[in-house]
Design a protein around this ligand. Structure first.
Ligand code: SAM
Ligand code: ZN
Length: 298
């Protein structure tokens, strides 16, 4: 039923090979600072949605939120996240496709999507889905890979790269891996119903030579200062944007019930009845076993 390709991390050891053994402590440190700057501390009645959560590298950075829902297309990534974070009422693990989110409208007070938009063939559709499940006034932190980064600009000017970093269309530099132009992403965000409040440019010194020559703490500290120019120009490989779901927030001080929606037919509410959740409308059944809901529909 769904022909949009997904970058499949099933069975991948991404967390270990890319982050833990991959020499990416500098990038991780820069992202930690950007998230702390952009994401407000949540409140006990608030729910945060982490899209493309992977193995939960960032999850413990979302401070204060009463509930965090981790969504990833890969069940094995969620298994790793669950091993790291445990169960308990604070975390909910959901295997689902961002293009078909299994949640009723306006369920979340905040959302993050880090290092995930760059896998999206249809980024506008993905952003529309995110907006649908957010409450008016909700915060959305979006990280994306920037095609207009300094390295790409230099390579283009020196004729060592064929594609232009200045043109608005995405560039697919490897299958299902895209870099985006910041102006294009801002246009998409606005069209999907978000106001961009603040941008931070991140990981300016992601260059092997710098990482070898200088202590990681220095580079992170320098990046932390450079991040603050993010609203003026964007020349770093990664950009973090703090966006606000447009609309008038409704008053709410205590938790409202959480509502799943059938990703196949759109019916809501679905009754939360592990180990199987049945859609009374289209009769599809979704497994909810070993602490992970599985709402994948292909
Ligand atoms: C590069 S990893 C980033 C993980 C985590 N956000 C981090 O920064 O460590 C991208 C993640 O996005 C997930 N993903 C890609 N396409 C998806 C889709 N259409 N729906 C849900 N998850 C998706 C992948 O399974 C993968 O775990
Ligand atoms: Zn259904």
């Amino acid at each position: 039923m769904n022909s949009i390709p997904v970058c499949n991390y099933e069975g991948s050891d991404y967390q270990q090979s890319f982050w833990e053994r991959g020499g990416r402590a500098y990038e991780d440190g820069c992202e930690r600072i950007a998230l702390r700057r952009l994401l407000p501390v949540g409140q006990e009645h608030e729910r945060l949605l982490e899209l493309g959560a992977g193995a939960g590298r960032n999850t413990l950075r979302y401070v204060g939120y009463g509930e965090i829902t981790l969504v990833d297309y890969s069940r094995t990534q969620l298994e790793q996240a669950r091993q790291r974070l445990g169960d308990g009422r604070r975390f909910r693990y959901v295997a689902a496709d961002i293009y078909y989110l299994p949640f009723a409208p306006a369920q979340f007070h905040a959302a993050t999507m880090i290092r995930t938009l760059h896998h999206m063939v249809e980024p506008r559709l993905a952003l529309d889905q995110v907006r649908r499940v957010l409450r008016p006034g909700a915060i959305f932190i979006l990280e994306y890979a920037n095609k207009q980064n300094l390295k790409a600009v230099l390579r283009y000017l020196l004729r060592r790269q064929s594609w232009s970093p200045f043109s608005p269309e995405p560039v697919e530099f490897a299958p299902l891996n895209f870099d985006f132009h910041p102006a294009t992403v801002r246009t998409w965000l606005q069209a999907s119903g978000f106001a961009v409040e603040r941008q931070l440019t991140v990981s300016h010194f992601r260059v092997g030579l710098f990482k070898r020559l200088f202590p990681q703490g220095w580079l992170v500290a320098l990046d932390s200062v450079a991040q603050l120019t993010g609203d003026l120009w964007q020349l770093s490989p990664s950009v973090f944007a703090r966006c606000r779901a447009v609309g008038t927030p409704s008053a709410e001080s205590s938790a409202e019930p959480f509502v799943f929606r059938c990703p196949a037919c759109g019916h809501a509410p679905l009754e939360d009845t592990p180990p199987r959740i049945l859609c009374p409308e289209c009769r599809r059944e979704y497994p909810a076993e070993d602490g992970i809901y599985d709402f994948r529909i292909r």
